[in-house]
Design a protein around this ligand. Structure first.
Ligand code: GRF
Length: 217
């Protein structure tokens, strides 16, 4: 299955996907990694794995639609079956999202619908949540609002700083993203309208992975 991954930064989720592919757990080919920021670590990770990379700097475009239009052309050159947002820090236009509807996945560092947007770890700590995590969802026109497929949960410790909590959440992110991509590649998950079918049956609520993070700590 041909895949394109969009990143903006460190690319640790990209690395988890590359690693799962190299271990033979994921039957995908990452055709390209495209970043809107130059010089980021994720581009180096891709290059190290022999994956073609591109940088498309959004600041060089006059408008959001102009950037998204060109980005779409670059992506479609690779004819991906699935487009993966892995720390891609851009709000996408409706046209772009519609073009990839049903084959566009994102990871968001919160237990959606809680904490859409930014600073999710800080907000979970301030709210004194006992549990936090990450969500993999289909992207729809509503920001961080598309139907959630799988969530990974981690405990919040009283002493946690946002950075410590982010680190714990990242560990769970690295487990849930490859899992969902594997399901997608096997045709187990489908977006129909605004709903998910899992093995042809409606998914009433997100699946959960709670977790192997305990094993790693
Ligand atoms: C992750 O926390 C992801 O949930 C969010 O951005 C971060 C990306 O991390 N969307 P990385 O670039 O994969 O290391």
């Amino acid at each position: 299955m041909a895949v394109v991954v969009l990143i903006s930064g460190s690319g640790s989720n990209l690395q988890a996907i590359i690693d799962a592919t190299q271990r033979g757990e994921l039957n995908i080919e990452i055709k390209a990694v495209i970043s809107n920021r130059s010089g980021v670590k994720g581009l180096q990770r891709a290059a190290d794995a022999g994956i073609p990379t591109e940088t498309l700097d959004h600041k060089r475009f006059a408008s959001r639609p102009a950037f998204d239009h060109t980005l779409q052309q670059h992506i479609d050159h690779y004819q991906p079956t699935l487009l993966i947002l892995a720390g891609f820090m851009r709000i996408l236009t409706t046209e772009f999202v519609r073009h990839y509807q049903g084959r566009l996945l994102n990871i968001h560092p919160s237990l959606l619908p809680k904490y859409t947007g930014l600073n999710t770890h800080q907000r979970a700590i301030e709210a004194q949540d006992s549990e936090h995590g990450a969500s993999i969802h289909f992207v729809t026109e509503e920001l961080d609002g598309g139907p959630v497929i799988l969530q990974g949960k981690v405990p919040v410790k009283i002493t946690d700083t946002p950075a410590q909590l982010a680190e714990r959440v990242l560990q769970v992110e690295h487990q849930i993203y490859p899992q969902v991509i594997q399901w997608f590649s096997k045709g187990k998950i489908q977006l129909v309208g605004n709903h998910i079918l899992f093995d042809q049956k409606p998914l009433q609520s997100p699946l959960n992975l709670t977790m192997e993070e305990n094993r790693e700590q």
